[in-house]
Design a protein around this ligand. Sequence first.
Ligand code: HEC
Ligand code: HEC
Length: 361
Amino acid sequence: MRTLPDPPGVGREATRFAAALLLLIGMIGSIADTAPAADLPLPNNWQETGPNSWHKEYARPRAIPFPKADPYSAAKLALGRMLFFDPILSGAKIRSCSTCHDPGLSWADGRPRAIGEKQEMLPLRTPTLLNVAWTPKLGWDGHFRNLESVAMGPITAPNIMDLSEDRMVDRLAAIPGYVEAFHGAFGPGAITESNVEMALATFERTIVSGEAPFDRWINGNSTAISAAAKRGFALFNGKANCAACHSGWAFSDASFHDIGTARGDDIGRGRLFPNSVALRYAFKTPTLRDVARRGPYMHDGSVPTLQAVVDLYDRGGIARPSRDPNIRPLGLSGGEKADLIAFLQTLSEKGKAVEMPALPR
Ligand code: HEC
Ligand code: HEC
């Protein structure tokens, strides 16, 4: 368990610093390639916080990681943005990736469960795409091994977008603007399934949460968040133990846990690892960036509000062998719950306009 964080301005413990350094080294080790910040649509403060920052582990990273197999290019980004917003990728031309991953709704859809091509409810809630560049395994149960491997899933699934690979390639090849854009990004003969995946993934990696009041506070502006939110942050790292899983600047360990909510055959990552006790009912720890705007919550949209989320953690969920050891009744007072919620509310950036591309026709 973590110790209570130091208040701002107070020197950090050596151990905390060492842990942060290791984290940083770990991150650099896993980053194959990074794009120059100047090329990317990033907020103004896109840089590491100064040397005096007391919480290196909450500092925003300096650059977006791009894998060697799919390096950044401006042409790929522009193409990926067009594909993401274009209903041409749905069989009936009625929905795009952005129908469910809506930038105006923090890149999700605000529904308990997604609605697919057949106007039927899917079994899962749409996750936000904020900070997916830093998420090694994608999907609530982590069954996608990288961002590139996600795209054809929704496109070809009959209940999500319902377009076969062949029809997709034919449609794109019939539009001169796309022929040109694929050629610019990948060279001759470039309209292929794999290039669609790479362009979409390049765009998705640039979906990064912007500066929130919490970041201004971490960067030393002591009035950026309320006293209640500061108490909430201490609880988050201390008594409530949330940071055991919601760790780092994006507030996710990108790992999988049973928090004691799912029931029946909704076993999450357990489906992939039927012999693991710990992975039964385990789902990916979601980022908490923009969380106050993204309800209802959880993989199945079963928890309507942040108050209900905090009440649930306070009760400790269903006690069973798979439940994570960090989940247990917390004994929070009403005031402490309110403080935690005040803290969670500091993680939303001010809404900013997202550039919608002109779609080639
Ligand atoms: C009908 C709504 C819908 C549409 C359309 C849709 N998605 Fe999703 N998306 C979802 C849902 C639901 C999940 C969760 C799937 C899972 O966990 O297996 C998801 C998961 C994802 C993830 C994983 C995110 C994470 O944090 O693990 C990515 C990436 C993604 N979608 C990208 C796309 C792209 C790219 C498109 C367009 C080609 C698209 N989606 C179209 C609903 C949708
Ligand atoms: C053992 C790891 C763990 C701990 C400890 C933990 N969480 Fe979570 N959290 C998760 C997982 C996993 C999910 C997703 C569960 C699901 O989808 O069913 C989640 C989901 C959430 C969500 C919903 C986010 C969304 O987009 O749906 C919020 C909000 C949240 N947690 C806040 C907290 C708070 C506040 C605490 C401390 C009181 C906390 N968590 C403690 C792992 C944890």
